[in-house]
Design a protein around this ligand. Structure first.
Ligand code: TYD
Ligand code: MG
Length: 451
């Protein structure tokens, strides 16, 4: 046998190095290398002479049947089913990623309890003890489900064997970072443990037809902790986003082999667990006070229109460099929009602190927020309100022009539903009497900021 050689493996991308270096050449991450002993040192792989067809188990596409066993499992949350493309597909592997404390364990226990009313479910936790999970189950009202089973384990082999036994339709693993294989020497949570453990689990899932949900932690920057390859191995990557402390929490599919990635489910956390928000726009607007700097924007969350309030606060800078801060909006984009406002309108913002807040803990990635942000800043800067019945959406270009955005009709119909009377928006392709079209930022501000 060859002398076992240690190797240094980047915990971010999985690249291997013979010697420790401070920066990974492959992904550029600093201080991400950890010493590891490769599992298969000394084993040589000899290619056997393969036989064609029979060994592979070739079938014609026509002969592959979809039977009852392949029916999707409904989660009890209609919107989450939509995100998954119509429920959980048997044999699929789902990775659920999110910040600590956002509600991953809560949501998964709730959906296991729902599915366990009809199908056997296994909840494996490597993080919490049986009593801790039981306490949560009592709080969520999940302990009544008869077919809900629990195990506390961190062994990937044991869990894979349980999955392969075929006794369970759904297996939840909380979390992938706690799993470990005995053959691998490195600590749980390292790249080799995560990759190999998930491979073992995924293979078991595909063989037995049980659906598996893996919980994955995220790093400070918000990406899934561990190797990037993990996202390629699984079928669905769900991202649980939002504010940890109250506010809306959104589940989105970042990848889905069996459905669209355009859907989103919006939840709110209660003592008894997560609940879907029936009418998010109404909930977001319930406490609105129309003061200067407040603008209602029609955005699109997944495929669903949503009205959110954008607030701006503009104060004189007391000394030095003006401060710009945004919660729920990209700061670089905010600085860009401030520059456009200064250059293309007569507003002077160079000696003003500017703060932007998106109400409800939402994060806006929608380009259509530009116009609303600009109008909110202008409204706060000159202390003029925008009429109560107006919603705003549109992209703003560097020339100060207002550009058309997608799904204008859906944004307008949501605004109508909630009793708004006008939309300030780019003209777009279709004529809509509800839309007061604007073509540039300057006229939008002159026309719609009232005394
Ligand atoms: P949890 O599912 O443990 O988060 P994760 O698994 O993603 O780390 O969710 C914890 C949340 O549950 C936390 O935000 C607060 C909430 N919570 C309640 O609302 N009521 C309670 O009694 C407890 C214990 C927690
Ligand atoms: Mg948890």
């Amino acid at each position: 046998m060859v002398k076992s050689k240690t190797q240094f493996v980047c915990q971010n991308c999985g690249a291997g190095y013979p010697k420790w270096v401070g920066k990974c050449d492959n992904c550029g991450e600093w201080n991400s290398l950890l010493e590891q002993i490769p599992a298969s040192v000394g084993k040589s792989v000899v290619a056997r002479s393969g036989t064609s067809g029979k060994v592979l188990g070739v079938q014609t596409m026509r002969s592959i049947s979809i039977n009852e066993a392949n029916k999707r499992l409904l989660t009890g949350f209609s919107d989450l089913d939509d995100v998954l493309g119509g429920g959980i597909l048997p044999g699929s592997v789902i990775l659920m990623a999110g910040q600590p404390g956002i509600g991953k364990s809560t949501l998964l226990l709730q959906l296991s309890a729902y599915i366990a009313k009809t199908e056997p479910v296994m909840y494996v936790s490597g993080e919490e003890s049986a009593t801790q999970v039981k306490l949560r189950a009592e709080r969520l009202g999940a302990e009544k489900s008869e077919q809900l089973n629990f195990a506390s384990s961190t062994s990937a082999d044991d869990i894979a064997a349980t999955i392969r036994s075929g006794d369970y339709k759904l297996v939840i693993i909380d979390s992938i970072q706690t799993l470990a294989l005995d053959e691998i020497v490195s600590a749980p949570g390292t790249v080799s443990q995560i990759t190999n453990s998930s491979n073992v689990v995924i293979r078991a899932a595909k063989q037995s037809g049980a659906a598996v949900v893996l919980v994955g932690h995220v790093t400070k920057e918000g990406s899934i902790a561990g190797p990037k390859v993990l996202e390629h191995l699984v079928d669905v990557v769900l991202q649980f986003e939002g504010d940890r402390y109250g506010g809306f929490k959104i589940v989105r599919a970042a990848k889905n082999r069996f459905g669209s990635t355009n859907e989103a489910a919006i939840f709110e956390m209660y003592h008894e667990g997560l609940r879907l928000v029936e009418n998010p726009s109404a909930a977001l607007l319930a406490e609105r006070q129309n003061v200067d700097g407040s603008v209602i924007m029609a955005t699109i969350e997944g495929t669903r229109p949503l009205l959110v309030e954008i607030q701006a606060l503009v104060n004189p800078t007391s000394f030095g460099y003006p401060k710009r801060a945004a919660s729920g909006f990209d700061l670089n984009r905010l600085n860009l929009l401030i520059a456009v406002l200064e250059r293309r309108t007569k507003l002077n913002l160079s000696d003003k602190d500017i703060y932007i807040n998106v109400v409800g803990g939402l994060k806006l990635n929608d380009r259509a927020a530009d116009l609303a942000i600009c109008m909110a800043i202008a409204s706060a800067a000159v202390s003029r309100r925008i009429d109560d019945g107006i919603v705003v959406f549109g992209e703003v270009g560097l020339g100060g022009e207002v550009r058309s955005v997608s799904s204008a009709d859906r944004r307008v119909s949501e605004a109508k539903k909630l009793g708004f009377t006008q939309a300030i928006a780019p003209r777009g392709l279709t004529k809509n009497i509800f839309i007061k079209d604007v073509s540039d930022l300057r006229t939008a501000l002159i026309d719609y900021l009232q005394k």
